[in-house]
Design a protein around this ligand. Structure first.
Ligand code: SF4
Length: 210
């Protein structure tokens, strides 16, 4: 299957594939991505209105105590770590970048709590810059579909960027993400409902053996 066809089928299955985090500006998006580690975007969306009502800028968040942040984000889990990340992130943006969120992957990666995947998701969503961020979902489905044969997310990213056209990177990322998040789950992938099952070796074997 050609990469363009793959994207077409993904969007037939998930026509609304898009970033599911709510945000109002670059700072709230970056914080929301950071908070979404090991929880769902829906959960994050319940918390961020409360968080940003009180601490809407790096300056305000920098001044918040860790306890205040932790109390708000507790329902997301990992609240101790996440509150430290938020506090350090806000402090770094305020003091080192004059309160402005950087708009460059390499610089973003230097911020506390911001890894390569977070930086790529941020740049793709906020600036429409072409990236294929590889998280656990994209990694799993890319291997199952036989697009890559890799257990290394950076290698997978490079390989996917070689396969898809640059102008399709964001669509490819969101389509693969939705496939992994909502159908091709780690346990019990929904192969019987998947538009890619004729193309997918893993799916064929899975159906045969189940
Ligand atoms: S056929 Fe099954 S394993 Fe393959 S992509 Fe679809 S859901 Fe995943």
């Amino acid at each position: 299957m050609k990469p363009e066809e793959l994207i077409k089928v993904l969007y037939e299955m998930f026509p609304d594939a898009r970033c599911e985090l709510d945000f109002t500006d670059d700072f709230s998006l970056l914080c929301a991505i950071l908070l979404s580690a090991q929880t769902t975007d829906k959960q994050v969306n319940k918390i961020t209105p409360i968080l940003f009502q009180r601490f809407s800028t790096p300056k305000l968040m920098m001044k918040a105590s860790l306890n205040e942040l932790e109390d708000i984000i507790r329902p997301l889990g990992l609240a101790k770590n996440k509150s430290k990340y938020l506090s350090n992130l806000a402090t770094s943006i305020e003091l080192e970048f004059d309160g402005k969120v950087p708009n460059d992957v390499k610089i973003l990666e230097t911020l506390p709590g911001v890894g390569h995947k977070t930086a790529c998701v941020f740049m793709a969503e906020y600036y429409n810059e072409p990236h294929i961020a590889v998280d656990t979902h994209v990694q799993r489905v890319s291997n199952r579909l036989g697009l890559v044969d890799s257990d290394n997310v950076l290698k997978t990213e490079k390989e996917l960027e070689r396969i898809f056209k640059k102008e399709d990177y964001i669509k490819a990322h969101l389509g693969l993400l939705f496939l992994g998040r909502y159908l091709c789950k780690s346990k019990n992938p929904g192969c019987d409902k998947c538009g890619l099952k004729d193309f997918c070796k893993f799916g064929k074997n899975y159906e045969k053996n189940s």
